[in-house]
Design a protein around this ligand. Structure first.
Ligand SMILES: Cc1cc2nc3c(=O)[nH]c(=O)nc-3n(C[C@H](O)[C@H](O)[C@H](O)COP(=O)(O)OP(=O)(O)OC[C@H]3O[C@@H](n4cnc5c(N)ncnc54)[C@H](O)[C@@H]3O)c2cc1C
Length: 406
């Protein structure tokens, strides 16, 4: 259950702490202390600092411009960044570096790696994920967006939806049907498509919080070069699954740190507002405290396996299921503590719709109410909770498979 931190890991931790001390202002309190332009500027400059110090793509091998860190070093770096309240990259890097970059390293041709990887790192190309469609979300094998070869180019027609950060991206990786006759998982290809062309239209979707962080993306005779297929024509399902492994993995070390910081902030809010004397509220706060402790121990379990060389398997669904349910509970407690103030939110808002607000964020009503609204999406993206339960039931507990509709 305990990940062992070797002397080597401790030495690397000191190196990371020295790097942070050198590159952050002396009075640094986390990205939550910034907002608006100041936050955007910091994130961009911080990304450049990481790029110049070859720390942007931590898990990529050195030959591709990555940091080439061992699993243990990546964990240590993730922990120290989370504690310091700094991001590990810019807003599209989760798609470009974590998902696409790692997948290209595994499946891409030498030409694709040589062309795309340096541009992802420099920030010249910003990526988004074109998987979901109106009738293909949990059942991704049902994608209907079509790509047909026309000379030296693929011509793409169809629609993607819920495309996070699509409005900030200039490239999209798209799952397309390239053989309508083949069984549904065998006629899909993984294409790389430039978005700056008349055939690609991005329409923002308004979220419950009033912001727009995701989009619909329409393809009308959009074009991309014939060689921009990854892993071979009609082999896109295998490539898509590799990529999902990178979407869902790797946060066991950092997530409990962020959720613990968020809980500490809630306890402060409860004290400030006199709610910590209320026995029912104390019970609810204790429930949150217990859940964060469980997350930490479960994270330790995952980490111990990871450091022993095991890749996250289907049991990674435990963590996804647990944190997304928990996050609804804690944000409901926060809104109840705020009472009527939650109806007229004021102050700094969270900078992103995903998970907890930034470290160091003030206890403003807008921080908590927006996080409360955003938490509703946690049990949908990266695989819904029903799907996580199916995975756990069938692949971890060995229960019979759920009957499929005819
Ligand atoms: C904030 C956010 C960001 C997102 N970002 C992206 C992105 O960048 N790119 C992208 O491609 N997609 C993105 N998505 C889409 C996300 O991956 C899908 O919403 C998700 O996979 C669910 O698909 P769906 O919405 O089509 O729901 P459906 O698959 O239609 O599911 C509807 C309901 O039926 C349930 N259900 C479906 N199948 C089963 C089953 N076999 N057994 C039991 N219950 C089932 C589901 O759990 C759900 O409750 C994002 C979604 C959100 C909320």
């Amino acid at each position: 259950m305990q990940p062992t931190y070797s002397a080597e890991a401790d030495a690397y931790r000191e190196k990371v702490q020295a790097f942070l001390a050198e590159h952050l202002p002396p009075d640094w309190g986390g990205t939550g202390t910034l907002e608006g332009d100041a936050l955007d500027r910091f994130t961009e400059e911080w990304r450049t600092t990481l790029y110049e110090n070859k720390l942007l793509a931590q898990s990529w091998p050195i030959e591709y411009g990555g940091a080439g860190l061992s699993a243990l070093e990546s964990v240590v770096l993730g922990e120290e960044f989370a504690k310091a309240g700094v991001p590990s990259g810019g807003s599209n890097d989760v798609f470009g570096i974590q998902m696409l970059g790692n997948t290209l390293i595994q499946w891409g041709t030498d030409e694709q790696k040589a062309h795309f990887l340096p541009r992802v790192l420099s920030g010249e190309d910003r990526w988004c994920q074109g998987y979901s469609e109106p009738n293909a979300g949990s059942d991704l094998g049902n994608v209907q967006t079509k790509a047909v070869l026309d000379g030296d180019e693929w011509v793409i027609n169809g629609q993607k939806i819920w495309t996070s950060a699509g409005h900030l991206a200039d490239w999209i990786f798209v799952l397309c049907r390239t053989d309508s006759e083949a069984p549904k998982h065998k006629g899909i290809s993984f294409l790389l498509c430039p978005m700056d062309q008349p055939g690609v239209e991005v329409r923002p979707i308004k979220m419950i919080s009033g912001e727009s962080e995701f989009n619909e993306v329409f393809f009308t005779d959009a074009r991309t070069a014939k060689e921009n297929v990854v892993g071979g024509v009609n082999n896109g399902w295998a490539v898509a699954m590799t990529l999902l492994g990178y979407e869902r993995g790797e946060s066991a070390a950092t997530m409990p740190i962020r959720f613990k910081a968020e809980l500490d902030r809630l306890l402060l809010l409860a004290k400030e507002r006199g709610a910590s004397d209320d026995p029912v509220m104390r019970q609810r706060l204790a429930d949150c405290y217990t859940k964060v402790a469980i997350m930490r121990w479960n994270g330790m379990r995952t980490l111990t396996k990871f450091l022993a060389g095991e890749h996250p398997g289907p049991d990674a669904s435990i963590s996804k299921l647990y944190w997304s349910d928990y996050h609804k509970v804690i944000t409901e407690v926060a809104v109840d503590i705020l009472g009527l103030d939650a109806l007229v939110p004021t102050g700094r808002k969270p900078s992103s719709a995903f998970q907890a607000d930034d470290p160091g964020a003030p206890n403003s009503s807008a921080s908590w109410t927006n996080t409360f609204l955003n938490a509703r999406a946690g049990s949908i993206y990266a695989g819904t909770n029903q799907i996580q339960r199916n995975i756990l039931g069938e692949m971890v507990l060995g229960l019979p498979k759920e009957p499929k509709p005819a």
